[in-house]
Design a protein around this ligand. Structure first.
Ligand SMILES: *[C@@H]1O[C@H](CO)[C@@H](O)[C@H](O)[C@H]1NC(C)=O
Ligand SMILES: *[C@@H]1O[C@H](CO)[C@@H](O)[C@H](O)[C@H]1NC(C)=O
Ligand SMILES: *[C@@H]1O[C@H](CO)[C@@H](O)[C@H](O)[C@H]1NC(C)=O
Ligand SMILES: *[C@@H]1O[C@H](CO)[C@@H](O)[C@H](O)[C@H]1NC(C)=O
Ligand SMILES: *[C@@H]1O[C@H](CO)[C@@H](O)[C@H](O)[C@H]1NC(C)=O
Ligand SMILES: *[C@@H]1O[C@H](CO)[C@@H](O)[C@H](O)[C@H]1NC(C)=O
Length: 487
């Protein structure tokens, strides 16, 4: 992951590097720590698992060439029997584990060693076709069905995908190329997609080169995405980072994302299909995010938002070289709502826009959308933002028949790029209303200075705030070698 120039020169950055080197040195001279895979390992989640097995117990071969699809499926199927007996963990050892799509199960942890790489197969026959999402009606790339995601979970309870910063490599180049050539019959799969599930944790992993979106929790609740590094070329198509979609109680924290589309995009279904499905994304916490997204947004709301988006709380956001910091995208036909959005504390550098709202995004699933289904956008609160080198401070474009209301922007200092300073048009607002306070440069006249001070940010805790991780030890893991499969 590329560090920003200011990071590289900052004392904190240097100190961090020194500490990493020092701790690596001590880990190296402590023999027990260097052989974690033999001696057991520590994983972090709310409840520890009772049973542990290794992918090699199911015939897995980590040579980067042999397909492990059957090994993963056999492992998951075997370990699913422990759902009501304390749950199970599947250990992926060091190695390169090529695989096609596989499903995971409930009360289950997939744990990657730090030197484990799950490599997505480039054989398209290893990517089964499944129906489109009910709230989208059609695939996003093409009408009709779609490819499965590499790792999927349907209708699960208590599922964890984690590792000591092990890697899942989507090998997406083939998919990006076919997509650009219009050579795909179906919508691309994602790296991780968890559907209709409760208690989902995705943590401590590096995700690279996804064919399309990286992490897609959909129709799920109590979702935590923590300590994830995501990287893909900034020119790769639709490689969004984390996209909570019709999800409730979501906590995304300590993530580092450099990719070809939005770092985080909150969604809830598409036009008439999303309206009919009617499942909002709500109670979403985002904090301590670092993002580079030169052609998209740090945090996007929409454009698919037809089930509604409500109560999003984003805090401590850092971004460089990105197109927009927060972007609300919608259109007539979407219906739904985007309301009670709170952002506090953003530090931004080299941005095209800081704030953008687009009411004419278009992009419809088919021609059956209702032109009178207007979205409601209201209660949008942004505060405590510093941004350097910005082309346009705010482009806020509401819908004439459904203006965006109750916008509040406070304590924001935006340094315009030298070129933009000459143009003297830092804000462009149409069909929006609200107030501002302590914002530089002076906002458009539709957001007059209120004199009220800070915009609100909720102080109550969300239940997902209170989910704690404990250190779980798999010290006796090695016994599974002497007692094959399971202990
Ligand atoms: C995963 O489960 C879904 C739902 O049961 C099924 O449609 C799909 O074929 C399964 N995928 C794989 C790779 O087994
Ligand atoms: C998952 O649950 C949803 C909603 O209850 C249901 O429509 C769907 O058929 C279930 N899918 C599977 C694979 O069990
Ligand atoms: C995980 O690995 C990535 C890629 O090597 C690295 O950039 C990131 O800093 C690592 N994260 C942690 C928490 O060690
Ligand atoms: C300002 O941002 C633009 C891109 O928006 C970039 O090309 C330029 O190098 C940046 N300038 C500085 C001084 O960082
Ligand atoms: C204004 O925002 C800055 C960060 O951008 C923050 O440090 C400061 O405390 C804020 N001021 C108030 C009064 O909240
Ligand atoms: C302001 O935005 C409106 C609506 O998007 C656009 O039509 C207009 O050209 C913009 N004005 C300027 C000066 O950029």
């Amino acid at each position: 992951m590329a560090s920003s120039p200011s990071q590289i020169t900052s004392p904190v950055w240097l100190l961090t590097r020194v500490l990493i080197l020092v701790s690596a040195f001590f880990a190296g001279i402590d023999g027990r720590k260097t052989k974690l895979s033999d001696e057991g390992f520590t994983y972090f989640q709310p409840r520890c698992r009772t049973h542990v097995a290794s992918l090699t117990d199911f015939g897995g071969v980590g040579d980067g060439v042999t397909s492990n699809t059957n090994a993963f499926q056999a492992a998951v199927s075997h370990l699913s029997q422990f759902a009501s007996d304390g749950g199970a963990l599947l250990y992926v050892p060091p190695g390169k584990w090529l695989t096609g799509c596989f499903n995971i199960t409930s009360f289950f942890t997939l744990y990657l060693n730090k030197d484990a790489v799950i490599l997505a197969s480039q054989d398209m026959n290893e990517w089964p076709i499944i129906p489109p999402l009910p709230s989208y009606g059609v695939g996003r790339d093409t009408p009709g069905p779609r490819y499965s995601s590499l790792i999927s979970g349907f209708n699960l309870t208590d599922v964890v995908i984690t590792g000591d910063n092990g890697t899942i490599d989507g090998q997406g180049q083939m998919w990006w190329q076919k997509f650009r050539q219009g050579a795909l019959k179906h919508t691309r799969g994602y790296l991780i997609e968890i559907l209709f599930s409760d208690q989902v944790i995705i943590s401590s992993l590096t995700l690279i080169n996804s064919p399309s979106w990286n992490v897609h929790p959909v129709y799920s609740s109590n979702v935590i995405v923590k300590g994830i590094t995501i990287s893909a070329p900034v020119t790769s198509p639709n490689t969004d980072g984390i996209n909570p979609d019709s999800c409730t109680h979501v906590r995304i924290e300590d993530c580092n994302i450099v990719s070809g589309d939005d770092c985080i995009a909150i969604k809830s279904g598409w036009d008439e299909y999303g309206i009919a499905f009617g499942m909002p994304s709500q109670h979403i916490i985002i904090r301590r995010l670092f993002c580079v997204s030169p052609f998209s947004a740090v945090i996007a709301l929409g454009s698919e938002m037809s089930g509604g988006i409500q109560d999003v709380r984003a805090q401590d956001i850092q971004a460089v070289n990105s197109e927009a910091a927060v972007r609300i995208k919608t259109s007539p036909g979407r219906g739904g709502f985007v309301k009670d959005i709170y952002v506090k504390g953003m530090n931004l550098e080299n941005m095209k826009w800081v704030f953008t709202m687009t009411g004419s995004y278009g992009s419809h699933p088919d021609n059956k959308w209702d032109p009178n289904a207007f979205p409601v956008v209201s209660g949008i609160n942004y505060r405590d933002v510093i941004s350097e080198n910005v082309t346009i401070a705010g482009k806020l474009e509401g819908i004439p028949k459904a203006p965006f209301g109750d916008i509040c922007i406070s304590n924001v200092t935006i340094g315009m790029s030298p070129k933009s300073k000459k143009k003297k048009l830092p804000w462009n607002c149409t069909y929006v209303s609200g107030t501002s306070s302590g914002v530089t440069p002076t906002p458009c006249s539709l957001l007059p200075e209120s004199g009220y001070g800070d915009c609100p940010f909720p102080t109550d805790r969300d239940p997902i705030d209170d989910v704690e991780f404990q250190a779980c030890s798999s010290a006796s893991y090695r016994h599974s070698h002497t007692h094959p499969l399971i202990y």
